[in-house]
Design a binder for this molecule. Sequence first.
Ligand SMILES: C[S@@+](CC[C@H](N)C(=O)[O-])C[C@H]1O[C@@H](n2cnc3c(N)ncnc32)[C@H](O)[C@@H]1O
Length: 279
Amino acid sequence: MNVLSLFDGIGTGKFILDCLKIENKYYFSEIDKNCVELVSSKYHDAINVGDVTKIDYSKFPRIDLLLGGSPCQGFSFSGKHKGFVDDRSILFFEFLRAFIVLKPRYFMLENVNMKTDYVNKISDYIGLRPIVLCSSSISAIRRKRLYWTNIPFYGLRGTPKKIVEILNSSVFFKDITNKYIEIKEDTSYWKKTRANTISLEGQAFSLTTNCMSMGNNGFSIIKCKNKYYSLSIQALEILSGYPENYTFGYSDAIRANMIGNAWQVDVVKQILSGVCNTK
Ligand SMILES: C[S@@+](CC[C@H](N)C(=O)[O-])C[C@H]1O[C@@H](n2cnc3c(N)ncnc32)[C@H](O)[C@@H]1O
């Protein structure tokens, strides 16, 4: 099938379709040079169609599956709530343009949890309501997202996991005890870091585009036997459902950013599996 993945990031759509053995000709739109390089080097037959705002769909083949997770900063509860006027979130209308012009057989639009007003507006444009799914119900990381899709889907199958079940080697943890105990009490940073401290029996917090804080990328800080640990980049990849070192070749900051932006693979895989199950 012909697939167009807008705002493609690190090629999660391609990775999942290949895992599911769904034959695909993969067109992707992305402007971040590191993401483009990563996807092009991993998937030699994937075709980069560049900036989404400049795509001329009159020259496009039939698209069977349209994918996209448009930039979410204006919609996110943690952002400035500029909504559709945010110059990144406005790119949702580029998804809409492709959706209207290409009339794909299947589509999936992903975005963050957002104000009801925004959800309603997007749903009106797309013509259906989103499914709300949190990866914590089938993995060891929390990522609550909205999915507008016409792919047949009957709910996530699986059970919640603990970090210790997924990350079973000490190589995924970096000892940051000294740094952790130096944080001044009652500062906002102290409160935030305490709030992000969990045990190995817990689940990692949702990654953000800026998940570099304590140590390497200690968005979630793990407490174990009076020691404190941050998660390695490889741990973030595995928790997000990617193979270890999927983003190898870039600095930790860039890799954390790529993974923080990306889909949770286990969840999207279950959604996209409906594509092959449908005649
Ligand atoms: C939220 S991320 C999507 C990540 C992707 N779903 C994944 O799993 O990796 C949004 C992406 O949109 C890209 N983007 C921003 N402006 C764009 C544009 N004008 N054309 C194409 N991609 C763009 C960003 O570089 C970023 O990688």
